[in-house]
Ligand binder design. Structure first.
Ligand code: MGD
Ligand code: MGD
Ligand code: SF4
Ligand code: MO
Length: 714
């Protein structure tokens, strides 16, 4: 390993620069996004990277069989043979690939070329479907293109930060640090947090709106209603740069303050305060993540928030704008590379014939080679598995047996797959149980590639230690399969730098233009896009839409025109509480890394259920009692944490603990796969549940009693 290595933290979308000196991690002070700061996850990353790794390809004939070590040739031949059979018998749409925002951009790009180009199926989706998909569709619907318009310098330039459905303090800690420092140091800066839970983020707020889950659209429309009533709008901006205002105005009439206060379960005073602060602030920055995106109205929520910025001209200037906080380290790069079933590289759409033609020409494919049908989003893949329409299911860099909603149904669907390939870094994970072929992947630190963070800054992550065992880079595996299928000309890459160079050329002229970026240029410093070839690269401070020209046909932004619908599964007498799910500061997703780090295990030793004292008292639940949480789809058993940090009608379950880490604790045993019809992002933030204290049941016969209790509820 070289003496000092500069790279990017492979956890969250903040994208902090790391510096490794003799295997020790510290923040890279020169990185523009993080300025030397890191959190506990970045600081402990080196402790997990070599533990419990998948080292060799392995295969088995059935899910009941034992895995046998095989050579790469054997594994790849089996996959190639299968692809050929599926193509000739069912057509290429019988092949489904499910990837991840933890890929590097090069991995994503090569997979798109293989699937959407060579094979002619758009059935490539990623876990970003569960994460950023509503932000993508909201940006596209409002602005004409994906792309967060803001940058982190806005955190220090704003007068009012509105954090919506984001526990920034725990999930994007370094963004939160930058914002909190600015907030503390200035009297003219305010912070509003909108979240049903009183999170560590909410603790820092001047105003916390503990709205009822799923009521965000009502709140945004309520604020808009007041801004209109107070004549606090930017009429010039509305007239020159937007479309749909008259229709929105009609909708807003239906959201007078008392009605909104009732829908959101907040006081009209608090609603007035929020609107007043928006009116009084020169520069309003909104920051959002899963509390908005993971909803049956995800796209409409994003658009309703953007509406507020459009009607007050709060976009395209320092310290202002709607800013989605990206979850995974390279979900942004995935979007740029076209890594969802309806996208093509360079922020292009499968449904757009010009976009398809551009990509076909660039890849040297005949016209019509790229299918005009958007591929299966992940839940469509699950449905296709249920209907035996999938001949090959290929999962990479995600752990769907923990992270997808309605796990019981997912597990049954996965069992139907005739051949599942699982391309992973660790062994085992919960998903290993559903695989026939395991392919060992190199991960961060062992492969070179780029990642783009939430503010569009692209950072090079170099390999600084050798691959373990026989692990290969994800992009190499996809390229090798392409070559063996007879597409060698399409994969001429010697290394990932070649891959990136080709991808960067394909972004030329697009909103995410990075044709001026290369691995070589990134060895000096990170570069923010847009960066067209021939322009001077900048590492930070770029904002989109400064000229108020939006990438729609008439250059105008669109107002979102949706009413508040509420939850897909409202509470009732049988399931009276809303379970929401999310994250804790130390753990990362399904714990494949953080579960192996002692410091983090100590921080969060076990799963838990957060429940309000009133809801607990009504069920005779004391702190630490074992409780059963049951939804229409499944049940789990967790120790109760009785806390006022949550609304009485809501309980919170962390998403982290899958079957390998705790018995009966997976949040997704409960969750609802119902999804936003536009973004197809599921409602992971709310499902109706009942909660019962089972610690009163004597331990020695609890299993039996739990079972009979279960029966009586059905
Ligand atoms: N520590 C840690 N950090 C992470 C991750 C991790 O696993 N661990 N994962 C990364 C990834 S991929 C992602 S996507 C991000 C997620 O980052 P966040 O979105 O900040 O995290 P969550 O905990 O999923 O959910 C955020 C908040 O939404 C609130 N919420 C629930 N329902 C509603 C609602 O109806 N309206 C509103 N306004 N709020 C609601 C929840 O109470 C919760 O506090 O974090 C990233 N960073
Ligand atoms: N209930 C509920 N469910 C949720 C959420 C929620 O808030 N609530 N959030 C959703 C969101 S936003 C997300 S992003 C997902 C996250 O859920 P998952 O996608 O399941 O996330 P991880 O556990 O991070 O899984 C990533 C896997 O990739 C492996 N890996 C790491 N690097 C590499 C690599 O370079 N190559 C390969 N091949 N493998 C690698 C890791 O070992 C790990 O097993 O969960 C979603 N599910
Ligand atoms: S804030 Fe995110 S990117 Fe930064 S060190 Fe922590 S996990 Fe890594
Ligand atoms: Mo995410």
């Amino acid at each position: 390993m070289p003496a000092t290595v500069k790279t990017l933290c492979p956890y969250c979308g903040v994208g902090c620069g790391l510096e490794l000196v003799q295997q020790k991690v510290r923040g890279d002070r020169q990185h523009p996004s993080s300025q030397g700061m890191i959190c506990v996850k970045g600081g402990t990353i080196m402790e997990s990277v070599t533990r419990d790794r998948l080292l060799y390809p392995m295969m088995r004939d059935s899910l009941e069989g034992e895995f046998q070590r095989v050579s790469w040739d054997q594994a790849l031949d089996r996959i190639v043979e299968r692809i050929q059979v599926v193509r000739s018998h069912h057509g290429a749409d019988g092949i489904c690939v499910y990837g991840s925002g933890q890929f590097q951009t090069e991995d994503y790009y090569v997979a798109q070329k293989l699937l959407k180009g060579c094979l002619g199926t758009n059935n490539f989706d990623a876990n970003s479907r569960l994460c950023m998909s509503s932000a993508v569709s909201g940006y596209i619907a409002s602005f004409g293109s994906d792309g967060p318009p803001c940058c982190y310098d806005d955190l220090e330039a704003t007068n009012l930060a509105v954090i919506v459905g984001s526990n920034t303090a725990e999930c994007h800690p370094i963004i939160f640090n930058r914002l909190r420092k600015h907030h503390k140091s200035r009297d003219d800066v305010r912070l509003i947090v909108i979240d049903p839970r009183y999170t560590p983020t909410a603790e820092a707020a001047d105003l916390h709106l503990a709205i009822a889950p799923g009521s965000d659209i009502a709140l945004f429309h309520g604020i808009a209603h007041l801004l209109h009533q107070w004549q606090a709008l930017d009429h010039a901006f509305i007239a020159q740069h937007t479309q749909g205002w008259a229709d929105l105005l009609t909708i807003l009439q239906a959201y007078p303050p008392p009605h909104v206060a009732n829908l959101c379960q907040i006081s009209t005073d608090d609603l007035h305060t929020a609107a007043r602060w928006w009116q009084e602030s020169d520069r309003v920055l909104s920051l959002w993540s899963m509390g908005i995106n993971q909803s049956v109205q995800g796209t409409a929520k994003v658009q309703s928030l953007i509406n507020l910025h459009l009607m007050t001209g709060q976009i395209g200037k320092d310290g202002a704008g709607p800013f989605s906080l990206t979850g995974q380290p390279n979900a942004m790069g995935g979007r740029e590379a076209g890594g969802l079933a309806h996208l093509l590289p360079g922020y292009r759409l499968v449904s757009n014939s010009e976009h398809r033609a551009e990509v076909e020409q660039f890849w040297g494919l005949p016209p019509g080679a790229i299918s005009s049908q958007p591929g299966h989003a992940i839940w469509d893949m699950i449905r296709a598995l249920e209907q035996d329409q999938v001949g090959l299911f290929w999962i990479a860099a995600t752990n769907p047996a923990v992270s997808l909603p309605d796990l019981d149904r997912v597990n049954r669907a996965l069992r139907r797959s005739p051949l599942t390939v699982y391309q992973e870094a660790y062994h085992p994970t919960e998903t290993t149980a559903f695989a026939h072929i395991l392919l060992p992947a190199t991960q961060w630190s062992e492969k070179t590639g780029v990642m783009t963070n939430s503010e569009r800054v692209v950072t090079l992550c170099p390999a600084f230690q050798p691959p373990l065992g026989e692990a290969r880079d994800d992009w190499q595996i996809f390229a090798e399969v392409g070559k063996r299928l007879g597409y060698a000309d399409f994969f001429p890459f010697q290394n990932s730098s070649d891959v990136y160079a080709e991808f960067a050329r394909l972004t030329h002229g697009r909103p995410c233009d990075q044709s001026g970026i290369s691995h070589h240029a990134l060895t000096d410093r990170p570069i923010q896009w847009p960066c067209p070839a021939g322009t001077a690269p900048r590492s930070h401070g770029l904002r989109l839409y400064r000229d108020h020209q939006f990438p729609t046909p008439d250059r105008r932004a669109r107002f979102g025109l949706a009413h508040h619908h509420g939850l897909h599964e409202p509470p009732n007498s049988e399931y009276p509480l809303i379970a929401t799910t999310g994250r804790l500061y130390g753990h990362w997703h399904t714990m494949t890394r953080t579960g192996r780090i002692a410091k983090i295990q100590k921080m969060h030793p076990e799963p838990l259920l957060e429940i309000h004292p009133r809801a607990a008292a009504a069920r005779q639940i004391n702190d630490g009692d074992r409780v059963e949480i049951r939804s229409r789809r499944g049940k789990i058993i967790l120790p109760a944490k009785v806390t006022k940090a949550i609304s009485p009608q809501v309980v919170f379950v962390p998403m982290h603990w899958g079957a390998l880490w705790a018995d009966n604790a997976a949040a997704n045993a409960l969750t609802d796969p119902a999804a936003c019809p536009i973004s197809k992002q599921p409602e992971l933030k709310a499902c109706a549940v009942q909660v019962t204290n089972i610690s009163l049941i004597p331990a020695r016969c609890s299993g039996e009693v739990v079972a009979s209790h279960a029966d009586s509820q059905e």
